[in-house]
Design a protein around this ligand. Sequence first.
Ligand SMILES: Nc1ncnc2c1ncn2[C@@H]1O[C@H](COP(=O)(O)OP(=O)(O)O)[C@@H](O)[C@H]1O
Ligand SMILES: [Mg+2]
Length: 132
Amino acid sequence: MGLQPPDFPRLAPELETTLFRVIQEALTNVFRHSRASKAYVTLEKRESEIAATICDDGVGVPDEIAEFRPDSVGVGLGGMRQRIKELGGELLLRNTHPGTIVEVVIPIPLHAIEPASTADEMFSTKTQNKGD
Ligand SMILES: Nc1ncnc2c1ncn2[C@@H]1O[C@H](COP(=O)(O)OP(=O)(O)O)[C@@H](O)[C@H]1O
Ligand SMILES: [Mg+2]
């Protein structure tokens, strides 16, 4: 497991839950389908998004699944992809010969990273009131 930054912050609950579920689903898939001997998870907080990868050294995914062709994916990855789209993010599946990598990027909701703008608004309101 690779965490960046190492003292990883708490996130909005729906973001944490979605990340937990997608990593859980991807690791269950590694266990069920990949015949891998190794799996590795990374979680990275960037300026305005969270990126996660789950990779394994197993048999890889067929092209029709990596391309999410209709009727090829199950409810596991299909459902996760839909949920992530609703949050404005993206789920990608790649065959890495050997193995599979699942990549997830989800934007961090704006209100969660810009408390300063709220403080500015409060201050300007106070200044206006002073003149009354
Ligand atoms: N890590 C993986 N390695 C190999 N195949 C995978 C992996 N993850 C997913 N798959 C393939 O993608 C399919 C769809 O996965 P998913 O949507 O989670 O459905 P389910 O796990 O219920 O079959 C799996 O049935 C499997 O064929
Ligand atoms: Mg599954």
